[in-house]
Design a protein around this ligand. Structure first.
Ligand SMILES: Nc1ncnc2c1ncn2[C@@H]1O[C@H](COP(=O)(O)OP(=O)(O)OP(=O)(O)O)[C@@H](O)[C@H]1O
Ligand code: SF4
Ligand SMILES: [Mg+2]
Length: 342
């Protein structure tokens, strides 16, 4: 049932997914002839890897480009520039069977399952949808649907119910079962629990963790909720206006955030910060989404800018002594030495 994209032997150390220089820009103004005159860099020169079996969380405020990056990675929208390698294969060059295999291996779960589930289809048809190409007989298909419902802890009669007959948490379980039906290895979860109340949230998060352990899944987990991220992430990538500004193992990021934007983001939830700093960092000014200029995108809101920050774009670079912690800042500093005024 499994349909791997690649046929060559792989080293477990090789990342499942690697993107380099990935960009997506949208035209936002045109001249008299309809030619674009201004662009919005929704995703701007993003490079990152996702390791086999890990959960990489993607965080950042609304409009920072998280969903756009996810859609690019899944090839749901075309990229303006960059490369994507999945399981050793060039995703952007994939056609025909290879593209189909990639689409099976890489699935997505959305925030609002009510919107992504067809209200006229029953549970069995929803979960079975992705199995059409497998040519399973009726009994084998029914059996597989029952296994998947059981896997996500839904009762057997879920097969005969319509989406509106489920609770919010159950609907999200159903959409997880649908994603798993094609035996994927990689799942993008775009705010998968944001629409749920807190008790449902932890049930769905626990289920996702359990499935990850049982099935060896790799997750790209998008969330604006840092408490949720703290709970699920192995590593965290922080986005600001289309760029990754910091990426680090979750423990490291929560104890030693170095980018001013990450520090501001985390200071909004002081209970999560394990360091000494507890004051809320308030950044002022508006996010300025227009790119193109050679400057740090955060410069107009930063609380410790240098002169160079307005002349050059800070590259994402590993910090001294920790190749796993990368930050895009000319003046990175730990919180208790950051000179922050709350
Ligand atoms: N099809 C489109 N055409 C033009 N601009 C777009 C399009 N899709 C997204 N954008 C813009 O790209 C930027 C990034 O949007 P995106 O949806 O990726 O952000 P996000 O981080 O997922 O935000 P949220 O947390 O609100 O979901 C935003 O400024 C958005 O308005
Ligand atoms: S590069 Fe400069 S302006 Fe940008 S976040 Fe770092 S210190 Fe602030
Ligand atoms: Mg989004």
């Amino acid at each position: 049932m499994s349909s791997a994209v690649t046929t060559r032997p792989r080293s477990p150390a090789e990342p499942l997914l690697a993107v380099a220089g990935l960009s997506k820009r949208y035209p936002i103004a045109t001249d008299f002839f309809g030619r674009p005159t201004a662009w919005l860099p929704a995703v701007d020169d993003v490079s990152l890897e996702i390791r086999r079996g890990e959960t990489l969380a993607l965080v950042g405020e609304s409009g920072s480009g998280k969903s756009t990056l996810a859609r690019l990675i899944l090839r749901l929208i075309p990229a303006t520039a960059g490369t994507i390698r999945f399981d050793g294969q060039n995703v952007l060059a994939a056609r025909g069977k290879r593209l189909l295999a990639f689409r099976q291996q890489a699935q997505i779960i959305f925030q609002d399952p009510f919107e992504s589930l067809d209200p006229r289809m029953k549970g069995a048809a929803i979960v079975g949808e992705g199995m059409d190409h497998l040519d399973l007989g009726k009994d084998a298909r029914r059996q597989r649907v029952a296994e998947l419902l059981n896997l996500v802890h839904l009762p057997a009669d879920a097969a005969d119910r319509f989406p509106h007959e489920f609770s919010g948490g159950q609907r999200q379980r159903l959409s997880i079962a649908r994603a798993l039906a094609v035996d994927p290895s990689f799942i993008v979860a775009d705010e998968p629990v944001s629409a749920l109340d807190v008790s449902m949230q932890s049930q769905v998060l626990n289920l996702m963790r359990e499935l990850q352990d049982r099935l060896g899944l790799t997750y790209l987990f998008i969330s604006h909720d840092m408490s949720v991220v703290r709970h699920v992430a192995d590593r965290v990538a922080v986005m600001y206006l289309g760029r990754v500004v910091e990426i680090a193992p979750a423990d490291e990021l929560f104890t030693n955030p170095l980018h001013p934007y990450t520090q501001a983001l985390l200071s909004a939830v002081p209970s999560l910060l394990t360091g000494r700093h507890t004051e809320r960092i308030r950044v002022t000014g508006e996010a300025e989404p227009l790119g193109g200029e050679a400057a740090c995108r955060f410069a107009n809101r930063c609380f410790r800018p240098l002169e160079v920050c307005r002349r050059r774009v800070p590259p994402l670079t590993p910090i001294a002594g920790n190749p796993d912690h990368l930050v895009a800042c000319f003046n990175p500093a730990p919180l208790d030495r950051a000179g922050v005024v709350a």
